[in-house]
Design a protein around this ligand. Structure first.
Ligand code: FAD
Length: 369
């Protein structure tokens, strides 16, 4: 078959690879001037810079881990995040180091007793919103210093107006383990994610065309190809006919500094309300062994409201958007039978990289069905 993949991000690249490997003729287009979508990394003075936010590969899916390792070596980076609350530094995710710094406790029993005492403000009530959920998990002090204002900045809403499920799986540990992720496999591709995606796309029957927006020639593309895999936004594909889905956007400010070490860690979250950015990324710490010394590159990450035309980074999943998404999916399936939607925007799901690879691999047989 002649197959068009719209989007050279991870979902598009894995779909293209598998379809080309199965013998189909594949064209990948992307409206940007680079491949790799949001996992794009760029060499800035010998440091791999994550242009669209910090990306740490982590997975419990052994087959996906083997899959990515076919295309790149990975280092053994472990994400150990620091929170800065008005100059006080805490380890994340919440663990014995956090509890010790917050309360001076030294044993799990003391930490659990402290949280239980603070949870009493809920008077045994089942949490109905994010604020109550956080207090029930970690108590009022940690909620007020490390969760409340950070969450409000991220989502543009007060935690008491957000659903509890967003942090239902918030990691809380009564050990001294600062590793942010629980997955058995974790690392950063040496040489960057762009090189990884380039290798995925390197088959003779894959053609990549950049600076090509699907909507500029939608009718021609639909007529010319047997199948289209669309990894852009499904509501945009359907001309927002039922109204836009909800998204959060981000703004990144990146600077090169003439110092060797700016903050001593890859990711530091700023959890107070007065600081308008949510985190600072210092890129060299993702792969220190392969970064050139003498200078460093940092990025401030600012959450933004989304309006049509802005980059939609995060889907906002709630009952209203779930109903709207179902309408779009029904409409698109009936009106565009040769088009398959996938990836973070096509499926309108918060996918990590490993989940996006898994979803793409699983969907390949349905593309040509
Ligand atoms: C700030 C941030 C941090 C993240 N951190 C992590 C992390 O640490 N670990 C992790 O596992 N995951 C992380 N993720 C998730 C990760 O970015 C995604 O899983 C992955 O990038 C999704 O790939 P995708 O191909 O679905 O989408 P994208 O990377 O968004 O690719 C879609 C592509 O389609 C193109 N496109 C859209 N519309 C059109 C059109 N009309 N015509 C042509 N091209 C079009 C876009 O330009 C884009 O290149 C993070 C995400 C964000 C936003």
């Amino acid at each position: 078959m002649k197959i068009l993949i719209v989007g050279a991000g991870l979902y598009g690249a894995v779909s293209a690879r598998e379809l080309a490997a199965a013998g189909h003729r594949v064209t990948v287009i992307d409206k940007r001037d680079h491949i790799a979508g949001n996992i794009y990394t760029e060499d800035v003075a010998g440091i791999q810079v994550h242009r669209f936010g910090a990306h740490i590969f982590h997975t419990a899916d052994a087959a996906v881990w083997q899959y990515v390792k076919r295309f790149s070596d990975f280092n053994r980076f472990t994400n150990e995040v620091i929170a800065n609350y008005k100059g006080e530094l805490y380890n994340l995710p919440f663990n014995m180091n956090t509890f010790n710094r917050m309360w001076g406790v030294t044993t799990p029993a003391e930490a659990q007793a402290k949280i239980a005492a603070q949870r009493a403000v809920l008077a045994g009530k089942t949490p109905t919103n994010l604020e109550e959920q956080a207090i029930s998990l970690v108590g009022t002090d940690i909620y007020e210093k490390l969760v409340r204002d950070y969450t409000a900045k991220q989502w543009g809403q007060a935690p008491r107006d957000l659903p509890a499920f967003i942090i239902r799986r918030l990691p809380v540990r009564f050990t001294f383990d600062n590793n942010y992720f629980n997955d058995p496999y974790q690392g950063i591709p040496i040489g960057g994610y762009t090189a990884l995606v380039a290798k995925i796309l390197a088959l003779p029957n894959i053609e990549v065309r950049l600076k090509s927006d699907f909507f500029a020639q939608r009718q021609a593309y639909l007529a010319d190809y047997d199948r289209v895999v669309f990894t852009g936004a499904i509501d945009q594909f359907c001309d927002y006919r039922f109204g836009a889905l909800a998204y959060r956007s981000l703004r990144f400010e990146t600077q090169t500094l003439a110092c060797d070490n700016f903050q001593g860690n890859a990711v530091i979250n700023y959890t107070d309300a007065a600081t308008s950015f949510t985190r600072i990324i210092e890129h060299k710490f993702f792969d220190l062994a392969n970064s050139r010394p003498g200078h460093t590159v940092i990025t401030h990450e600012y959450p933004q409201d989304w309006t049509p035309g802005a980059e939609p980074y995060y889907p906002v999943n709630n009952p209203t958007t779930a109903a709207l998404l179902a309408r779009y999916q029904d409409f698109a399936a009936a009106a565009y039978p040769t088009v398959r939607f996938g990836g973070r925007l096509g499926a309108y799901r918060y996918y990590n990289m490993d989940q996006v690879i898994r979803a793409a691999l699983d969907a390949v047989p349905q593309v040509t069905a």
